[in-house]
Design a binder for this molecule. Structure first.
Ligand SMILES: NC(=O)c1ccc[n+]([C@@H]2O[C@H](COP(=O)([O-])OP(=O)(O)OC[C@H]3O[C@@H](n4cnc5c(N)ncnc54)[C@H](O)[C@@H]3O)[C@@H](O)[C@H]2O)c1
Length: 276
């Protein structure tokens, strides 16, 4: 028996890194999952891994920034599994620069993926969630649903070179708190997990040649200075190392599990002890 038996989850950006680990964790606890990623191949690989473990996954490939993506994501859950219980807004990336070199496109792209996209996904989920919740209330049943939005220590404490990303990840906190107040009546808990430094491609050490990721045809430099990683591990992260994607996923799972049914509107940092 898993703690999420019978539950249906949406996980965006689940083709790699933390999103993939979240999807695998939810499935290990019994959930069925709709896998989204911008990139088809890694998304399909996550779904294959889930099926290889005897789990159930549906695919919804494409950019969360497409105007109609939210409706498509929610419809995939309803059409594939007939339910919608957990939404994890995880998809995203960084596109750093100091403010004087940051373009409008660069600022807006990061707001679009981290703020507008989760807003549209949650708005699209409102109708089925209210419908399910009203039917359950009429039948005298209290069924909890879960939203977990992903933020960052950059959004809580700021980070040089990330005016766009820090603004977007701070906005996610406001969205979380507002929706927790709107959706309490439907028994939906809405929480936020702010990651510290997790070993994925976003936090890999910078080399002489910048590491580039392809985001919808744009080549974007990512990575962290090796000296910064050293300082983080020796001085700034109390637990002394970066986190793994699995540890990050465990933090998200806390807010998906029945043990968090009476916790809503909260932000938890999963950062090896980093506090603000
Ligand atoms: N790794 C860290 O240290 C760290 C720290 C704080 C917050 N975060 C946040 O955690 C989340 C996951 O990051 P990660 O480290 O696993 O990165 P990752 O690059 O390993 O995985 C992110 C996935 O999201 C997908 N994605 C990006 N843009 C998308 C879009 N428009 N539509 C659909 N999918 C898209 C990517 O293709 C990728 O597969 C992000 O929101 C990130 O900002 C990460």
């Amino acid at each position: 028996m898993g703690k999420l038996d019978g539950k249906v989850a949406l996980v965006s950006g689940a083709g790699r890194g933390i999103g993939r680990a979240i999807a695998l964790k939810l499935v290990a606890e019994g959930a069925r999952v709709v896998i989204n990623d911008l990139d088809a191949e890694p998304a399909a690989e996550t779904a294959e891994r889930i099926r290889a473990r005897g789990g159930d996954a549906a695919l919804c490939v494409g950019s969360v920034t497409d105007a109609t993506f939210g409706e498509r994501f929610v419809a995939t859950a309803l059409e594939s599994f007939g339910a919608l219980d957990i939404i994890v807004n995880n998809a995203g990336y960084t596109w750093d620069n100091v403010i004087q070199k940051m373009t409008d496109e660069q600022f807006q792209a990061i707001m679009d993926v981290h703020v507008t996209a989760p807003f549209r996904i949650l708005r699209a989920a409102a109708e089925p969630i209210r419908r399910f919740a009203k039917a359950e209330a009429a039948a005298g049943r209290e069924v909890f649903r879960k939203v977990v939005n992903i933020s960052s220590v950059s959004g809580l404490g700021g980070n040089a070179g990330q005016v766009n990303y820090a603004s977007a990840k701070a906005a996610v906190v406001g969205m979380t708190k507002a929706l927790a107040k709107e959706w309490g009546r439907y028994k939906v808990t809405v929480n936020c997990v702010a990651f510290g430094f997790i070993r994925t491609r976003l936090a890999q050490p910078l080399t002489a040649q910048p590491n580039l990721i392809d985001v919808a045809g744009r080549q974007i430099a990512i990575g962290v200075q090796p000296a910064m990683i050293d300082a983080l591990e020796k001085q700034m992260i109390p637990l002394g190392r970066l986190g793994t994607p699995e540890e990050a996923a465990d933090g998200v799972y806390l807010f998906c599990s029945p043990e968090s049914d009476y916790i809503s509107g909260q932000v938890v940092t999963v950062g090896g002890g980093i506090t603000f």
